[in-house]
Ligand binder design. Sequence first.
Ligand code: PEP
Length: 256
Amino acid sequence: MRNKLIVGNWKMYGTVKETRKLIFQLAVQWGKRCDGVEVGVCPPFTSLFVARDELKESHLRLGAQNCHHEPKGAFTGEISPEMLSELGCYYVILGHSERRTLFGESDEVVSQKVRAALDWKIEPIVCVGETAAQRESDETEAVLARQLEASLASTMPEDAPHINIAYEPVWAIGTGKTATPLMAQSAHSFIRGQLRKKFGNLADGMTIQYGGSVKPQNAFELFSQPDIDGGLIGGASLDAEAFIDIIEAASSASQR
Ligand code: PEP
Protein backbone atom coordinates (compact mmCIF):
# COMPACT_ATOMS: atom_id res chain seq x y z
CA MET A 1 0.00 0.00 0.00
CA ARG A 2 1.53 3.33 -1.06
CA ASN A 3 1.28 6.39 1.17
CA LYS A 4 0.04 9.61 -0.39
CA LEU A 5 2.59 12.36 -0.85
CA ILE A 6 1.50 16.01 -0.80
CA VAL A 7 4.18 18.57 -1.64
CA GLY A 8 3.76 22.33 -1.89
CA ASN A 9 5.64 24.04 -4.70
CA TRP A 10 5.78 27.66 -3.59
CA LYS A 11 7.46 28.80 -6.82
CA MET A 12 8.85 32.37 -6.51
CA TYR A 13 6.58 33.24 -3.61
CA GLY A 14 7.65 33.48 0.00
CA THR A 15 9.89 36.10 1.52
CA VAL A 16 11.50 35.05 4.80
CA LYS A 17 8.68 36.78 6.69
CA GLU A 18 5.99 35.08 4.62
CA THR A 19 7.74 31.72 4.97
CA ARG A 20 7.81 32.02 8.76
CA LYS A 21 4.11 32.83 8.82
CA LEU A 22 3.00 30.03 6.48
CA ILE A 23 5.15 27.39 8.15
CA PHE A 24 3.95 28.48 11.57
CA GLN A 25 0.36 28.03 10.39
CA LEU A 26 1.10 24.59 8.96
CA ALA A 27 3.55 23.12 11.43
CA VAL A 28 2.68 24.75 14.76
CA GLN A 29 -0.94 25.96 14.66
CA TRP A 30 -2.13 22.88 12.78
CA GLY A 31 0.79 20.44 12.97
CA LYS A 32 -1.37 17.33 12.74
CA ARG A 33 0.04 14.08 11.44
CA CYS A 34 -2.48 12.68 8.97
CA ASP A 35 -2.62 8.91 8.55
CA GLY A 36 -1.33 7.66 5.25
CA VAL A 37 0.10 11.00 4.08
CA GLU A 38 3.62 12.40 3.85
CA VAL A 39 3.88 16.16 3.46
CA GLY A 40 6.61 18.42 2.12
CA VAL A 41 7.02 22.10 1.35
CA CYS A 42 9.38 23.60 -1.23
CA PRO A 43 9.96 27.29 -0.54
CA PRO A 44 12.37 29.42 -2.61
CA PHE A 45 16.10 28.94 -1.95
CA THR A 46 16.34 32.12 0.14
CA SER A 47 13.76 30.79 2.58
CA LEU A 48 15.13 27.26 2.99
CA PHE A 49 17.28 28.12 5.97
CA VAL A 50 14.51 29.69 7.99
CA ALA A 51 12.05 27.01 6.85
CA ARG A 52 14.36 24.30 8.11
CA ASP A 53 14.45 25.88 11.56
CA GLU A 54 10.70 26.40 11.67
CA LEU A 55 10.07 22.79 10.61
CA LYS A 56 12.47 21.26 13.11
CA GLU A 57 9.88 19.92 15.52
CA SER A 58 7.37 18.94 12.86
CA HIS A 59 6.83 15.95 10.61
CA LEU A 60 6.69 18.15 7.51
CA ARG A 61 9.68 17.70 5.22
CA LEU A 62 11.63 20.34 3.41
CA GLY A 63 12.25 20.39 -0.31
CA ALA A 64 13.77 22.65 -2.95
CA GLN A 65 12.48 23.60 -6.38
CA ASN A 66 15.59 22.92 -8.44
CA CYS A 67 19.31 22.20 -8.25
CA HIS A 68 22.37 22.04 -10.47
CA HIS A 69 23.91 18.67 -11.24
CA GLU A 70 27.52 19.59 -10.49
CA PRO A 71 28.73 19.46 -6.87
CA LYS A 72 30.48 22.85 -7.17
CA GLY A 73 32.06 25.12 -9.72
CA ALA A 74 31.84 28.30 -11.74
CA PHE A 75 28.06 28.22 -12.26
CA THR A 76 26.90 31.68 -11.32
CA GLY A 77 23.47 31.71 -9.75
CA GLU A 78 23.22 27.96 -9.29
CA ILE A 79 22.73 25.80 -6.17
CA SER A 80 24.23 22.33 -5.77
CA PRO A 81 22.60 19.24 -4.26
CA GLU A 82 25.23 19.29 -1.52
CA MET A 83 24.04 22.76 -0.50
CA LEU A 84 20.46 21.50 -0.38
CA SER A 85 21.47 18.46 1.57
CA GLU A 86 23.27 20.65 4.11
CA LEU A 87 20.01 22.55 4.64
CA GLY A 88 18.13 19.33 5.28
CA CYS A 89 16.23 19.12 2.00
CA TYR A 90 14.52 15.79 1.63
CA TYR A 91 12.98 16.48 -1.81
CA VAL A 92 13.91 18.42 -4.89
CA ILE A 93 11.49 19.18 -7.71
CA LEU A 94 13.19 18.58 -11.07
CA GLY A 95 12.05 19.19 -14.62
CA HIS A 96 9.05 21.33 -13.69
CA SER A 97 7.42 22.56 -16.90
CA GLU A 98 8.21 26.17 -15.94
CA ARG A 99 11.91 25.21 -15.85
CA ARG A 100 11.62 23.30 -19.11
CA THR A 101 9.77 26.10 -20.93
CA LEU A 102 11.14 29.29 -19.38
CA PHE A 103 14.70 28.15 -18.63
CA GLY A 104 15.30 25.71 -21.47
CA GLU A 105 15.85 22.59 -19.39
CA SER A 106 16.02 19.47 -21.53
CA ASP A 107 15.30 15.90 -20.47
CA GLU A 108 19.05 15.25 -20.60
CA VAL A 109 19.72 18.04 -18.10
CA VAL A 110 16.89 16.75 -15.91
CA SER A 111 18.45 13.29 -15.99
CA GLN A 112 21.81 14.66 -14.81
CA LYS A 113 20.09 16.52 -11.99
CA VAL A 114 18.14 13.42 -10.98
CA ARG A 115 21.39 11.46 -10.66
CA ALA A 116 23.04 14.22 -8.65
CA ALA A 117 20.08 14.52 -6.27
CA LEU A 118 19.98 10.75 -5.70
CA ASP A 119 23.72 10.68 -5.06
CA TRP A 120 23.13 13.25 -2.29
CA LYS A 121 20.24 11.20 -0.88
CA ILE A 122 17.67 13.79 -1.88
CA GLU A 123 14.47 12.38 -3.39
CA PRO A 124 13.75 13.90 -6.79
CA ILE A 125 10.19 14.73 -7.77
CA VAL A 126 10.50 14.40 -11.52
CA CYS A 127 7.84 16.34 -13.43
CA VAL A 128 6.46 15.19 -16.76
CA GLY A 129 3.40 16.27 -18.72
CA GLU A 130 2.02 17.19 -22.09
CA THR A 131 1.00 20.58 -23.46
CA ALA A 132 -2.55 21.33 -24.62
CA ALA A 133 -1.48 21.02 -28.26
CA GLN A 134 0.13 17.64 -27.61
CA ARG A 135 -3.01 16.35 -25.89
CA GLU A 136 -5.21 17.64 -28.71
CA SER A 137 -3.07 15.85 -31.27
CA ASP A 138 -3.20 12.63 -29.25
CA GLU A 139 0.48 12.66 -28.37
CA THR A 140 0.10 12.52 -24.58
CA GLU A 141 1.40 8.98 -24.12
CA ALA A 142 4.26 9.43 -26.59
CA VAL A 143 5.35 12.61 -24.78
CA LEU A 144 5.16 10.97 -21.36
CA ALA A 145 7.10 7.91 -22.55
CA ARG A 146 9.81 10.08 -24.08
CA GLN A 147 10.13 12.38 -21.06
CA LEU A 148 10.25 9.48 -18.61
CA GLU A 149 12.79 7.51 -20.54
CA ALA A 150 15.15 10.45 -21.04
CA SER A 151 14.67 12.10 -17.64
CA LEU A 152 15.34 8.81 -15.84
CA ALA A 153 18.15 7.65 -18.12
CA SER A 154 20.70 8.07 -15.33
CA THR A 155 18.83 5.86 -12.85
CA MET A 156 18.99 2.19 -11.93
CA PRO A 157 16.49 -0.18 -10.29
CA GLU A 158 17.98 0.41 -6.83
CA ASP A 159 17.05 4.10 -7.21
CA ALA A 160 13.36 3.37 -7.76
CA PRO A 161 12.22 3.58 -4.10
CA HIS A 162 13.74 7.08 -3.87
CA ILE A 163 12.22 8.55 -7.03
CA ASN A 164 8.85 10.31 -7.16
CA ILE A 165 7.14 11.25 -10.41
CA ALA A 166 4.74 14.16 -10.78
CA TYR A 167 2.33 14.03 -13.71
CA GLU A 168 1.66 17.67 -14.45
CA PRO A 169 -0.25 18.37 -17.65
CA VAL A 170 1.17 21.75 -18.68
CA TRP A 171 -2.29 23.05 -19.61
CA ALA A 172 -3.51 22.47 -16.05
CA ILE A 173 -0.70 24.26 -14.18
CA GLY A 174 -1.82 27.52 -12.65
CA THR A 175 -4.74 27.74 -15.08
CA GLY A 176 -7.61 26.57 -12.91
CA LYS A 177 -8.20 23.76 -15.46
CA THR A 178 -7.78 20.34 -13.87
CA ALA A 179 -7.55 16.99 -15.58
CA THR A 180 -10.66 14.98 -14.76
CA PRO A 181 -9.93 12.15 -12.32
CA LEU A 182 -10.35 9.61 -15.13
CA MET A 183 -8.07 11.52 -17.49
CA ALA A 184 -5.43 11.80 -14.77
CA GLN A 185 -5.82 8.15 -13.75
CA SER A 186 -5.32 7.04 -17.33
CA ALA A 187 -2.07 9.06 -17.58
CA HIS A 188 -0.89 7.77 -14.19
CA SER A 189 -1.59 4.19 -15.13
CA PHE A 190 0.35 4.69 -18.37
CA ILE A 191 3.25 6.23 -16.39
CA ARG A 192 3.27 3.28 -13.99
CA GLY A 193 3.41 0.94 -16.97
CA GLN A 194 6.44 2.80 -18.31
CA LEU A 195 8.10 2.67 -14.89
CA ARG A 196 7.41 -1.07 -14.76
CA LYS A 197 9.28 -1.49 -18.05
CA LYS A 198 12.30 0.20 -16.48
CA PHE A 199 12.14 -0.86 -12.85
CA GLY A 200 10.02 -4.02 -12.92
CA ASN A 201 7.75 -4.63 -9.91
CA LEU A 202 9.46 -1.84 -7.98
CA ALA A 203 7.23 0.48 -10.01
CA ASP A 204 4.27 -0.64 -7.91
CA GLY A 205 5.82 1.01 -4.86
CA MET A 206 6.69 4.27 -6.61
CA THR A 207 4.84 7.49 -5.89
CA ILE A 208 3.17 9.22 -8.84
CA GLN A 209 1.72 12.58 -7.83
CA TYR A 210 -0.75 14.62 -9.85
CA GLY A 211 -0.16 18.35 -10.28
CA GLY A 212 -2.27 20.98 -12.00
CA SER A 213 -4.77 23.23 -10.22
CA VAL A 214 -5.42 20.84 -7.34
CA LYS A 215 -7.80 22.52 -4.90
CA PRO A 216 -9.65 21.33 -1.78
CA GLN A 217 -12.74 20.87 -4.00
CA ASN A 218 -11.16 18.39 -6.44
CA ALA A 219 -8.44 16.79 -4.30
CA PHE A 220 -10.38 13.87 -2.81
CA GLU A 221 -11.70 12.59 -6.12
CA LEU A 222 -8.30 12.86 -7.79
CA PHE A 223 -6.46 11.17 -4.91
CA SER A 224 -9.03 8.36 -4.77
CA GLN A 225 -7.87 7.07 -8.17
CA PRO A 226 -5.80 3.90 -7.84
CA ASP A 227 -2.61 5.26 -9.42
CA ILE A 228 -2.75 8.82 -8.06
CA ASP A 229 -0.51 8.90 -5.00
CA GLY A 230 -1.03 12.48 -3.91
CA GLY A 231 -0.26 15.84 -5.42
CA LEU A 232 2.28 18.48 -6.25
CA ILE A 233 0.43 21.63 -5.28
CA GLY A 234 1.29 25.09 -6.57
CA GLY A 235 -1.10 27.99 -5.91
CA ALA A 236 -3.17 26.26 -3.23
CA SER A 237 -0.05 25.45 -1.18
CA LEU A 238 0.40 29.16 -0.41
CA ASP A 239 -2.84 29.24 1.55
CA ALA A 240 -2.48 27.29 4.81
CA GLU A 241 -6.18 26.47 5.06
CA ALA A 242 -6.41 25.20 1.47
CA PHE A 243 -3.19 23.19 1.77
CA ILE A 244 -4.38 21.58 5.02
CA ASP A 245 -7.73 20.68 3.40
CA ILE A 246 -5.81 19.04 0.54
CA ILE A 247 -3.65 17.05 2.98
CA GLU A 248 -6.79 15.91 4.81
CA ALA A 249 -8.42 14.94 1.51
CA ALA A 250 -5.35 12.81 0.75
CA SER A 251 -5.63 11.15 4.14
CA SER A 252 -9.33 10.34 3.60
CA ALA A 253 -8.56 9.03 0.10
CA SER A 254 -5.83 6.80 1.53
CA GLN A 255 -8.29 5.09 3.90
CA ARG A 256 -10.68 4.04 1.11
C1 PEP B 1 2.87 23.37 -9.91
O1 PEP B 1 3.41 24.46 -10.03
O2 PEP B 1 3.55 22.34 -9.80
C2 PEP B 1 1.40 23.34 -9.91
C3 PEP B 1 0.80 22.16 -9.98
O3 PEP B 1 0.76 24.54 -9.82
P1 PEP B 1 -0.83 24.77 -9.58
O4 PEP B 1 -1.25 23.86 -8.46
O5 PEP B 1 -0.93 26.22 -9.21
O6 PEP B 1 -1.51 24.45 -10.86
